[in-house]
Design a protein around this ligand. Sequence first.
Ligand SMILES: [Zn+2]
Length: 332
Amino acid sequence: MSALICAADVRYKSIRISPDVSDPHPIFKVRSFMHKATCRSLIYSVDASRMSERMMLIGIDDIHPERAIDGTDCGGDPDKGVLKYLDSLTEFGTITLFVTPNWRYLPLSLPSKGLMRLGFRLQNKGWPEDKWRLDMHPEWCSWLREKVKEGRFELGLHGLYHASNSWPPAAEFKALDENESLHRIEEAERIFSRARLPLSRVFRPPGWGIGEGLLKALLKRNYAISGSVGILSPLAEASICKEAGLTGAKAFYPERIRGVLNIPVNCSIRTSHEDRVREIVGMGGIAVLHGHAENDYHGERIGNGVITAYQNLHSLLAKAKVRTSRFDEVSG
Ligand SMILES: [Zn+2]
């Protein structure tokens, strides 16, 4: 299993869901047709309205107003740290921040998984409700709002709390039914609205925890999901994601799963290089880079954090010469 992904995110695999091939995304359908016609390099250009050139997406998880002084820099200090680094990279194009609007996850820092599980059962506290609720941090929201207006950042949804009452503790939606999933997504939307932050209809599942209830709720609220990980998937058109989330989903092409458009993660901001990005777009796919705000969170190893990945990401963006786009350009 990859050490490149957040420990909390990889440790807990979700249910395996087979792609619903009877309901392909229109872009995917067009791509298949064009592939048969051996027009590989024009696969996406046939949909001129949204896919006029080769593109890559960059999505950074776990963004919320917590600052280094509070424990971990998760983007809470706009003028320094994680957001400053990311802002400087937007000279290459838009970066998508997957924001948790009322973050509550707080890991128990214990030496083994068994102890963590026991500790979680005895004392599942987390951050106090509303401490990191977006609208409680108006200055932070105001800074972010301007950056979104300038086209530097896009905001996607990364759960409501990023915390679950059941194990695993970071996989908020894994065990939730449709009603509770819907309730949390709607509450998340209300918080974005109160904070006057524009939200794209794309969802990155906390802890890669995905159940049928979440997919039904996303379909109802018209969200795309970026819910599968294939950073180690070999460069072949038939490759699937095996590392986390919707295992079995195609690694390089968007497709509908239970009716919900999935945009697969297939590169790491820390370890992937420009040649992988070029290969993916050369196959008519979309290169989707994944990172986390933080490398460690209150003693828990997360990995793939922005600051440790900065040099690699800067070099990749400078050399790949592939346009960086927004998730909602893919999902429409
Ligand atoms: Zn996360």
